[in-house]
Ligand binder design. Structure first.
Ligand SMILES: [Zn+2]
Ligand SMILES: [Zn+2]
Length: 322
């Protein structure tokens, strides 16, 4: 089933003509729980990984402030949560999983990473694939400080040419434990859809930003929530509207290798829509449908964005939580 974003409530470029040249295309991924294969784009699904290539891993030390869970426990938790009626045994099992295992059980690294996203170029045509590649894979180490891991081995991107992977790794390793199940995506199939975005107010010059602020104060249609940046998991487009980098500015987004200012590559949002961004809910979704299909939450409910180096997409992306 496709997913279709409703038309925007109004054409904001007709109200603010200076925005006309600033539109960008974003690909909303529309992840929904399913059973993707390695040959499909996915979130949390199996990766097209060469059988003769070592699996991505991380040797860093991570704090584990919560009880540890095994990947199997995470799957069990989600299976039970999806049930309409819980037995006493289900309640006991969920309670046990929430308590978790003692952090001292965490084995020494390297820890295998978990698949987060796999994107084939045919589904995200605007993404800056390095020449000769048509597949992007994202993996991370499922502990809580993902957002501070720019350029580290705890978050890894792999750009591949799918045709080069002749034999697919059949049984990828899993970490013995995860630090938080909120960093383990529910396996989702994708329903990519291209939408038009305009910059968030903090990415505009002060003069038009001020006029949009005043216009929002006078009217009912929210620029931030309905007219500028799409919520949810997506590729490309503009930076997220909420930002903690007001003080740092673009300096914080500079590529560690070459200092170019990064461009939004991927956005992993804690929700596909909320009260403010309800107008982006696809027409195929009923009011009240789950807006958190991936069940990924970074840093207690923020948005994780990857900024790619415009000079060379193979340079490690900058990750920013906002
Ligand atoms: Zn790690
Ligand atoms: Zn660079």
């Amino acid at each position: 089933m496709t997913r279709t974003t409703p038309p925007r409530p109004l054409d904001v470029a007709s109200v603010f003509p200076e925005l006309a040249g600033m539109s960008r295309t974003a690909t909303r991924l529309h992840p929904r729980p399913g059973a993707p294969t390695a040959h499909e784009s996915s979130v949390g699904g199996p990766l097209l990984w060469p059988a003769d290539e070592p699996w991505a891993s991380c040797s860093q030390e991570h704090d584990a402030p919560f009880g540890l869970n095994t990947p199997e426990e995470v799957r069990t938790l989600r299976r039970i949560r999806a049930l309409d009626v819980w037995t006493d045994q289900d309640h006991a099992e969920v309670s046990r999983i929430h308590t978790g295992h003692d952090p001292s059980l965490l084995p020494e690294g390297p820890h295998p990473l978990v698949p987060v996203a796999q994107l084939y170029a045919r589904h995200v045509p605007g993404l800056p694939f390095p020449e000769g590649t048509d597949l992007l894979q994202v993996l991370w180490c499922p502990f809580i400080d993902i957002e501070d891991q720019s350029g580290s081995e705890a978050v890894q991107l792999r750009w591949r040419r799918a045709a080069d992977v002749t034999e697919v790794l059949a049984a990828p390793p899993e970490p013995a434990y995860v630090g938080t199940y909120e960093l383990v995506p529910v396996p989702c199939v994708l329903h990519p859809e291209q939408v038009r975005e305009y910059p968030a107010v903090h990415d505009l010059d002060p003069e038009p930003a001020g006029r949009i602020h005043r216009w929002e104060e006078d009217g009912a249609t929210g620029y931030r929530g309905a007219l500028s940046v799409a919520p949810g998991w997506k590729a490309g487009g503009w930076a997220a509207p909420f930002t903690f980098r007001d003080s740092g500015g673009p300096e914080e987004l500079r590529c560690a290798r070459c200092s170019a200012v990064g461009e939004p590559l991927l956005t992993f949002d804690h929700t596909e829509w909320d009260a403010e961004t309800e107008s982006w809910r696809p027409v195929e979704e009923a009011h009240g449908a789950s807006a958190t299909p991936t069940e990924v939450t970074v840093g207690s409910g923020y948005t994780l964005q990857f900024y790619a180096c415009p000079a060379d997409p193979r340079h490690p992306p900058v990750t920013v939580m906002q």
